[in-house]
Design a binder for this molecule. Structure first.
Ligand code: ZN
Length: 142
């Protein structure tokens, strides 16, 4: 199972940029034939998203889902009609330290998740959902 979850606007455009694979050590070495990233080509395509997206570890994503009041699943979709409520929930959490505390206290306590973390992820997600409203597309995660 994948270790992280990305929230993104459906059909969000992206650019593909080709970079030297890390196995070449900035071009100083021949690519490693068995490299799992470039398979020996020495080049790797990187996907550069043009819309905001938010990636986080599964446990953090599940915690944020509870703040957004969406079903806690490893993948899913928020339809356009449901996005305004999610935006309201995020803005509420951004303005409410007590709401944010509900997901870094109690049973969701994991290393590295504190109030700053939750606040920043709420802001990231707000950017994703606002972009979705702007372009009238659902948001999916997985
Ligand atoms: Zn490589």
């Amino acid at each position: 199972m994948q270790m992280s979850i990305t929230f993104q606007v459906d059909e969000a455009p992206y650019e593909v940029i080709t970079e030297r694979c890390l196995c070449t050590h900035e071009g100083e070495r021949e690519p490693w034939v068995d490299c799992s990233s470039c398979k020996g080509s020495g080049k790797e395509d990187m996907r550069l998203p043009l819309y905001p997206e938010s990636n986080m570890a599964n446990s953090n994503a599940f915690a944020l889902m509870s703040i957004m009041n969406i079903t806690q699943e490893y993948c899913g979709v928020v339809d356009i009609t449901d996005i305004p409520e999610v935006i309201r929930n995020l803005i509420f959490a951004i303005n409410s330290p007590r709401t944010r505390a509900t997901i870094y206290e109690a049973d969701y306590l994991v290393a590295g998740r504190d109030d700053d973390y939750v606040y920043d992820r709420c802001q990231d997600l707000l950017g994703v959902f606002r972009k979705a409203i702007e372009v009238q597309r659902p948001v999916f995660w997985g």
